[in-house]
Design a protein around this ligand. Structure first.
Ligand SMILES: *Cc1c(COP(=O)(O)O)cnc(C)c1O
Length: 463
């Protein structure tokens, strides 16, 4: 339907000649508006005030501010004048345009994936949210209120982290785990070699790969072993005067099964070079329900010199990169010029400290949720929905950790099964509800939904 195929004389036949651009004339023709004049069309376009009075746009203006909504209305009016949409579609078109705008929206995570990368990984605990709110204003992040002088930045968060992992001599926090690796590679191995097993060259997501990340710092990779098996002698043979450190990366988003073999940290610790371990998930202590996930404390006790981890995976805190280990190494990283570019803001420090002092952030509660209680919740919601005439049933379900943690582990769960046609409406609701489609049904898995959100979930489906 390219405008180029339109012939000018055709426009004249239709009485649309004159100053109207060819593209416009074409659209009129295409839209079957041959007998209406431009003036008529303009008259039909609803006035700004009338569009803004649409209750849906009144709500949108409360959320996004009137100027933004008004600008979207004006754009939609322009499109209607140009014939790209019918005048009656203006309000609808504005709503469509606004959907993509505005602040991040609240989502109820009914996917059954505890750490959903697309939904922002770990939700913060109530106390972490309070801490973030407090820290949003002027705060003593780098100030000692007792003496009235400068204080060490984020000392509360650092103290909480050190207390949570006594096996670490020192701790530091950067933007995320990728930043932690970049800092370690830059400070300890730039122009030198990082020895790493071929079985641990991991792609972390969205096309980003740990080997590329490491090489971007000016370090060289010395790959050893094979995809499925790497031996201590492979590492030993590769180590030399050019070695920066040995890196062990936890395969947190895949599993290799069968004829496999990897070298444990305690064996690597005897090689005489620093051993850095990227545990990924951020478990500080071992989690009994996830026996395959390494914990920072264990890895340090096994002899690792430095451990890196994410704050927003199984620790259940804000996005952050945790660095835990030998005092001299952590100090070197902390004083490196790059550390300033990777430092975390006061909101992260506040949330991290609160998370570390909080007994159970939402991710941990979800991990420990009792399957029988989940089933009961699903039955209650489904029964209430059936009374409201919704085709709903409580069904058993399998949840996962997700977000690069505990690959292959499933957690027994329960879900409310609904017609899959409801998915779009639930996503556009406020708060949005995101489930998953399975066998042509929309499943709302309750494991990652805090029980106090059940009422809201229910109202979203009925409303
Ligand atoms: C998730 C993950 C990363 C990346 O961590 P971010 O905090 O997302 O930067 C790196 N390594 C491993 C093993 C991971 O699981």
């Amino acid at each position: 339907m390219a405008p180029a195929v339109f012939k000018t004389d055709e426009a004249e036949d239709l009485g649309l000649a004159g100053s109207i651009p060819v593209r416009l004339r074409f659209i009129f023709h295409w839209a079957g508006l041959c007998s209406s004049s431009v003036v008529d069309l303009r008259r039909n376009v609803p006035r700004t005030d009338a569009v803004l009075a649409d209750p849906r746009l009144v709500t949108a203006a409360e959320r996004l501010g009137r100027p933004l909504v008004k600008a979207a209305v004006n754009q939609a009016q322009e499109r209607a004048r140009a014939g790209a949409i019918a005048p009656a579609q203006v309000a609808e078109s504005v709503l469509e345009a606004l959907r993509a705008l505005g602040p991040l929206r609240r989502v109820i995570n009914a996917t059954g994936v505890l750490l959903h990368t697309n939904l922002g990984r770990a939700p913060l605990s109530a106390s972490a949210i309070r801490a973030v709110t407090t820290a949003a204003g002027p705060t003593d992040v780098e100030f000692d209120l007792e003496t009235g002088t400068r204080g060490r930045r984020g000392r509360g968060a650092m103290a909480a982290l050190a207390a949570a992992v006594p096996a670490a001599e020192a701790v530091h926090v950067v933007n995320n785990n990728a930043a932690a690796l970049v800092l370690a590679a830059t400070a300890l191995a730039s122009g030198r070699e990082i020895v790493i097993s071929r079985g641990e060259l991991v792609e972390i997501g969205d096309g980003f790969r740990i080997p590329d990340l490491l090489v971007s710092t000016g370090a060289r990779l010395r790959e050893v072993g094979t995809t499925n098996r790497t031996h201590l002698s492979d590492y030993a043979d590769a180590i030399g005067p050019g070695t920066g450190f040995v890196l062990k990366v936890h395969p947190s988003n895949f599993r290799v099964e069968g004829f496999t073999g990897a070298v444990e940290v305690d064996e690597l610790a005897g090689l005489g070079v620093p051993v850095v371990v990227d545990i990924g998930s951020g478990l500080l202590e071992r989690e009994p329900s996830l026996p395959g996930e390494p914990a920072a404390a264990d890895v340090l006790r096994a002899g690792a010199d430095l451990v890196t981890a994410s704050g927003d995976k199984l620790l259940g805190g804000p996005q952050a990169g945790l660095l835990l280990g030998r005092r001299d190494i952590v100090e070197r990283l902390r004083r490196h010029p790059l550390a300033r570019a990777l430092r975390v803001d006061k909101l992260t420090l506040a949330a991290l400290e609160a998370t570390l002092r909080d007994p159970a952030p939402p991710v941990v509660s979800a991990l420990h949720a009792d399957p029988a209680l989940l089933a009961k919740r699903a039955e209650t919601i489904a029964a209430t929905l059936r009374l409201a005439g919704v085709d709903a049933a409580a069904v058993p379900s399998l949840a996962t950790v997700g977000g690069g943690g505990a690959p292959g582990v499933t957690l027994p769960s329960a879900a409310v099964s609904l017609p899959f046609g409801l998915a779009g409406r639930l996503r556009s609701h406020e708060p949005a509800v995101v489930g998953r489609i399975e066998n042509d049904r929309l499943l709302l898995d309750l494991r990652a939904v805090p029980p106090e959100e059940d009422g809201e979930l229910l109202r979203t489906v009925t409303g």
